[in-house]
Design a protein around this ligand. Structure first.
Ligand code: NAI
Length: 246
C-alpha cells in the first residue's frame, strides 16, 4: 500500500473529488481525517472507510474560520499522532461576469478557496515542521492558468493557489515538506451529469482525449503526489485535463 502508516487531512471530503480522495487514501493505508462543513456527509464517508477496514475520523470544519481549522489539525494530530498529508480540496464557485458580480460573490469565493487554503496549510505546516516531513496538496484548476468566462473570482483564487503552492514549496522545502497542486479540467460530477448531452459533447471535444475526468482520475493524481514516488516533486501544478490545454 502506497500510504501505509501515513495520516492525512482531506478538506471538502464529504462529496465529489474530496470524498474519492479520502476513500483512495484510506484504501492505500492512510488514516484519514474526513473534514467538511457538511456534518452528515463526513459521517457517511468516515463510516464507509471504517466498513472497508480503514481508519478515519469525521471532523466538521469551516476552512474560512481559523479557530475551526486549528481544532481540525489538533484533533488529527491528537488522534493519529502525526499529520503527514493535507489535501486542500474544499472549494466553491459563485459565477458571474465581471459587470454583474456582487461583492458577496467575490468575498465568499476568495474566503473559501484562497483564505481557506492559507488557514489549513499554515496550521498543518507548523506540525509538519516539527515532524520534519509533510506533503501539502492544493486543488487548483485549469481556470487558474487560462481564466474562464464568468469566473473572475474563481480564476483569481486558483491563480492564487498556484502562487501559494510555488511560494510554500520554496519556503518549506528545507523542512522536508513538499507542496504541489492538481489542476483538473472538466470532471464528471453530479453537476456535469445533469448537463445537456450537447454541452457534455462540447466539453469532451475540448480534450484531446475526448472525455471528461472521473473523480478517480483526480484522486489518483493526489495519491501519486502524496506518495514516495513523488519524493522529488515540489512546486508543481499537475494538470489532469485530458489535454484541454496543451
Ligand atoms: P464539490 O462541490 O462536489 O465538493 C466541495 C466540498 O467542499 C463540499 O463537500 C462542500 O461541503 C465543501 N466545502 C465548501 N465550503 C467549505 C468550507 N467553508 N469548509 C469546509 N468545507 C467546505 O466540489 P468538487 O467538484 O468535488 O471540487 C473539489 C475541488 O476541486 C474544488 O476546490 C474545486 O474548485 C476543484 N475543481 C473541481 C473541478 C470540477 O470540475 N469538479 C474542476 C477543477 C477544480
Amino acid at each position: 500500500m502506497r500510504l501505509e502508516g501515513k495520516t492525512a487531512i482531506v478538506t471538502g471530503a464529504g462529496r465529489g473529488i474530496g470524498k474519492e480522495t479520502a476513500l483512495t487514501f484510506a484504501r492505500e493505508g492512510a488514516a484519514v481525517a474526513v473534514a467538511d462543513i457538511n456534518e452528515e456527509d463526513i459521517n457517511e464517508v468516515s463510516q464507509e472507510i471504517e466498513n472497508n477496514g480503514g481508519r478515519a475520523i469525521a471532523q466538521t470544519v469551516d476552512v474560512t474560520d481559523r479557530e475551526s481549522v486549528r481544532t481540525l489539525v489538533d484533533k488529527a494530530k491528537e488522534t493519529f499522532g502525526r499529520v503527514d498529508i493535507v489535501v486542500n480540496n474544499a472549494g466553491i464557485t459563485a459565477d458571474a461576469q465581471l459587470l454583474k458580480m456582487e461583492e458577496d460573490q467575490w468575498d465568499r469565493v476568495i474566503d473559501v478557496n484562497l483564505k481557506g487554503v492559507f488557514n489549513v496549510s499554515q496550521a498543518a505546516a507548523k506540525v509538519m515542521k516539527e515532524q520534519e516531513s509533510g506533503v501539502i496538496l492544493n486543488a487548483s484548476s485549469v481556470v487558474g492558468t487560462y481564466g474562464n468566462f464568468g469566473q473572475t473570482n474563481y480564476a483569481a483564487t486558483k491563480w492564487g493557489v498556484n502562487g501559494m503552492t510555488k511560494t510554500w514549496a520554496k519556503e518549506l522545502g528545507r523542512f522536508n515538506i513538499r507542496v504541489n497542486a492538481v489542476a483538473p479540467g472538466f470532471v464528471y460530477t453530479p453537476m456535469t451529469e445533469k448537463m445537456p448531452e450537447k454541452v457534455l459533447t462540447m466539453m469532451k471535444e475540448k480534450a484531446v482525449l475526448k472525455d471528461l475526468a472521473s473523480v478517480e482520475d483526480i484522486a489518483n493524481a493526489y495519491l501519486f503526489l502524496a506518495s514516495k514516488e513523488a519524493r522529488f516533486i515540489t512546486g508543481e501544478i499537475l494538470a489532469v485535463d485530458g489535454g484541454v490545454v496543451i
